[in-house]
Design a protein around this ligand. Structure first.
Ligand code: NAD
Length: 417
């Protein structure tokens, strides 16, 4: 992976779109800069009685359109700039999706595999204690991200509710169904990634039936995308995770691969695969659709030269560097930007928040239908902006639409002294 700073990538992406908008220098800087970033050091007792200190962050990037919203990531490479970038992408994701939320993001510098469940609970609760004054159902609503899920969200909710002496399930989304989660949330990111891909194929007049698909990353987003697109008739010819990549010309069976990964911890070594690939080989396969679903900067400019896919739907956040983006635009590869493609996660988080506030819960069918309709509508908005202004890419179109929406809200709110 390249060393590109994701916060610089975000700023570049905004600069590129800002060329098509009437923004002053001050307005532009505001749209590129987080409002505040919490940096905290969590002192946590380990199972053996020792104390370990973990650095953690929460960035609240922009709240002009509603409460800050965004996940919490556990990874050894979490950094202040990564969290800032991810929180900014959330602002433009909620704006592209046209849901009434702003953007935030958090993370702890930790390799969760190196700790027991009890230790992870104490780390999570220590972070939740630090977050409590900053979060709230109308203030900032965290959610899961890489290496966090329902378990961590339930710990955060419980810590917040205990400290605040309240019941407020809407303070966090991505919860288990039994504690106020939404139907369809677990599948939502993978679902929007494939719904957006389906719309792109229709736009290009391409058939999804028997289309070939390669997917980098086989976690929550990647494996669900694999399962759903396979269900739409496409052939999932290659998938990977951090231990390696596997290939099968006719198609892998995503559910069987998932079961194998559950048993062994990785997709590598799966017996029904024809051969193993490197992650780089997977990304450069000649496929109809490529879904990067791992981490940011997976595709840099030198790799972009070798990309052969016709469409890329970004399940991951920021998987393509800005320079790689330019190369892909020149090659006329249609990239559905992360801020639309993976917006399903935050859209269904929004549905979860709405249901929590109403204390009235929807069926899975309703959740999936409303999500599908929102992606279809917003994809069309991007097409309209892309064609009307002859924009260089769908990413620029998404940022033009999103920046305009944030700017409109900001102008209506006015500036407070
Ligand atoms: P996850 O932890 O469940 O899965 C990540 C996967 O990526 C794992 O299979 C891991 O092995 C793999 N991976 C890591 N490094 C890799 C490498 N170098 N090469 C190949 N595979 C590698 O995380 P997730 O929730 O699926 O998130 C994946 C991406 O999707 C992230 O960028 C995240 O920000 C984004 N995303 C997730 C959600 C969500 O709701 N889960 C929402 C929006 C965006």
């Amino acid at each position: 992976m390249s060393e590109v700073n994701p916060y610089q990538s975000l700023r570049t992406q905004i600069d590129e779109a800002a060329e098509y908008l009437p923004l002053s220098e001050g307005q532009l800087e505001r749209l590129k800069t987080p409002e505040r970033v919490l940096e905290t050091n969590l002192s946590v007792e380990m199972d053996d009685g020792s104390i370990e200190v973990f650095r953690a962050y929460r960035s609240q990037f922009n709240g002009d359109r509603g409460p800050y919203k965004g996940g919490i990531r556990y990874h050894p490479q979490v950094s202040r700039d990564e969290v800032k970038a991810l929180s900014g992408w959330m602002v433009y994701k909620t704006a592209t999706s046209n849901i009434p939320l702003g953007g935030g993001k958090g993370g702890i510098v930790i390799d969760p595999n190196a700790y027991s469940e009890d230790e992870l609970e104490r780390v999570t609760r220590a972070f939740a204690k630090e977050l409590t004054p900053l979060i709230g159902v109308d203030r900032d609503i965290p959610a899961p991200d890489v290496n966090t899920g329902q378990r961590e969200m339930n710990w955060i909710k419980d810590t917040y509710e205990t400290l605040e002496n309240t019941t407020e399930p809407g303070v966090i989304t991505g919860k288990d169904l039994s504690s106020g989660g939404s139907e369809g949330r677990v599948e939502a990111t993978g679902r929007s990634t494939v719904v957006a891909a389906r719309e792109a194929f229709e736009y290009l007049d391409k058939d999804l039936e028997h289309a070939t698909v390669a997917i980098q990353g086989y976690g929550n987003a990647g494996w669900i995308a694999a399962k759903l697109i396979y269900g739409m008739g496409a052939n999932v010819v290659a998938v990977s995770d951090s231990s390696g990549a596997i290939y099968n010309e006719t198609s892998l069976d995503p559910v069987a691969v998932k079961e194998y990964k559950r048993e062994t911890g990785s997709v590598a070594g799966y017996s029904e695969a024809e051969r193993e690939l490197t992650n780089e080989e997977l990304l450069t396969l000649d496929v109809d659709l490529l879904i990067p679903a791992a981490l940011e900067n997976a595709i840099d400019e030198s790799l972009a030269d070798d990309i052969s896919a016709d469409v890329i739907s970004e399940a991951a956040n920021g998987p393509i560097t800005p320079k790689a983006d330019d190369v892909l635009s020149e090659k006329e590869i249609l990239v559905i930007p992360d801020i639309l493609a993976n917006a399903g996660g935050v859209i269904v988080s929004y549905f979860e928040w709405v249901q929590n506030r109403q204390r009235f819960y929807w069926s899975k069918e309703r959740v999936n239908e409303e999500l599908d309709a929102m992606i279809v509508e917003q994809f069309q908005n991007l097409v309209d902006a892309y064609e009307a202004q002859d924009l260089p890419s769908f990413r620029t179109a998404a940022y033009v639409v999103a920046l305009q929406r944030v700017m409109n809200a900001s102008e209506q709110n006015g500036t407070w002294p």
